[in-house]
Design a protein around this ligand. Structure first.
Ligand code: HEM
Length: 368
């Protein structure tokens, strides 16, 4: 399995085609000087370039009276298309490092959305690290070793793993299904088209601030699914909730997954074929507002209080300006989406994913 280059104009792991697994962690910085933060990002950059190339995190001294440099569990394993993506949360720009005036305007604190049930333990962080790979052990190894390198400068605040069907289970690479059984990702914008990616995903040099040009804003939402309730609802209810057919993924009343929604279609009684409060009808935003979704399913054991599964969607999206994209979209969904009966947003984060670094440079070198 191949190597995705770490260095480049943009960070990898944003418009990179999705890998099978994610291991995402957020850190709080305990470093007290900007110089220490800089050193941390230099070490993280160096380590990430090695790890994503399928190498260990550093050369071993071989000294038997010292702990090994690398923790070892990825020894002999391939690069597995791993990407490591770094982002800065709003709290990074408080008074600690003297960077308050550099906080990007699009990096707003997310507002409270209707029916939010956000828990502190899955929320926020000064720095996010998104590791994606086609092997869960390779991904875990990377996050673990980055945390180890950060010791004394950064502590983990939350970690969330996620998965989707593997490429081995679906060699054709059709649209993956979420844990509610529906194809998820069908209407994602085609970001292999550079113009589309520039419009929807990448902060541009004409946007403020200039140091973010080539970066992107990530929104993470840990969305728990009320799986047991969903599993008791009828197929008709489920399809009306999304506005699409379960098996084919086609818009209601159509046959092909990639047919146009045509939201103004009416049935013989004059009712919209796709309900106005269905998830796709609302999320479509009249075709005017788009985001790049890059989420994974999660399954984190069970809720001991209720005996129910703690499973759902680790929603991750990238956008050029969340004030104009994610936030109005989520406001609309939170107000009226039929899906709200079956989901609950329990974790949240917004992060400025830095521009890519070139060899010799480091992630964050346009800012600090
Ligand atoms: C479309 C599932 C949350 C934005 C869809 C589709 C499914 C789905 C099955 C239809 C297929 C597709 O185009 O991918 C879910 C589930 C969620 C969730 C299970 C929560 C657990 C969200 C959130 C947002 C969002 C929080 C953004 C705020 C979108 C968009 C589309 C979409 C933009 C495409 C709409 C279009 O056709 O233009 N989602 N979604 N979704 N979803 Fe979600």
């Amino acid at each position: 399995d191949g190597i995705v280059p770490f260095y480049g104009k943009h960070q990898a792991g944003i418009i990179t085609p999705m890998q099978d697994f994610i291991c995402m962690g957020a850190f709080d910085l305990t470093a007290t000087s900007l110089d220490d933060v800089r050193k941390l990002f230099q070490s993280w950059t160096e380590a990430s370039a090695r790890l994503t190339a399928g190498k260990s995190v550093g050369d071993e001294s071989g000294h038997s009276l010292l702990p090994p440099v690398d923790t070892g569990e990825s020894m002999g394993l391939g690069a597995m298309r791993m990407t490591i993506t770094f982002g800065l949360g709003p709290s990074f720009f408080d008074e600690r490092f003297g960077l308050a005036s550099k906080r990007p305007a699009p990096l707003v604190d997310l507002p409270h959305f209707n029916s939010d049930d956000i828990r502190k333990e899955w929320t926020g962080g000064d720095v996010v690290v998104q590791v994606c790979a086609n092997d869960p052990q390779v991904a875990f190894h990377a996050l673990r070793n980055l945390a180890r390198i950060g010791r004394g400068k950064a502590v983990l605040r939350w970690v969330q793993d996620g998965f989707q069907r593997t490429s081995a289970a679906d060699p054709k690479g059709s649209t993956p299904r979420n844990l509610l059984g529906f194809k998820d990702g069908t209407a994602n914008p085609n970001v292999s088209d550079e113009k589309t990616a520039d419009e929807i995903v990448w902060a541009q040099s004409s946007d403020d601030p200039a140091w973010m040009a080539g970066g992107s804003y990530m929104v993470m939402r840990r969305i728990r699914m009320r799986i047991e309730v969903w599993d008791r609802s009828t197929l008709a209810d489920q399809e009306s909730t999304f506005g699409r057919h379960r098996e084919s993924g086609a818009p209601l009343g159509k046959t092909d997954e990639f047919d146009d929604l045509e939201l103004d279609r009416k049935d013989s009684k004059g009712k919209p074929v796709i309900p106005a409060t269905s998830h796709v009808a609302l999320a479509h935003m009249d075709g005017k507002v788009k985001i790049l979704r890059r989420g994974y399913s999660y399954s984190s054991g069970m809720d001991l209080k209720t005996g129910q599964l703690d499973a759902g969607l680790l929603f991750v999206c990238f956008n050029r300006d969340p004030r104009k994209q994610f936030i109005p979209m989520q406001q609309k969904l939170a107000a009226a989406d039929q899906l709200n009966e079956y989901i609950s947003h329990v974790g949240s984060g917004i992060f400025a994913c830095l521009p890519g670094a070139s060899e010799g440079g480091y992630i964050g070198d346009t800012l600090f």
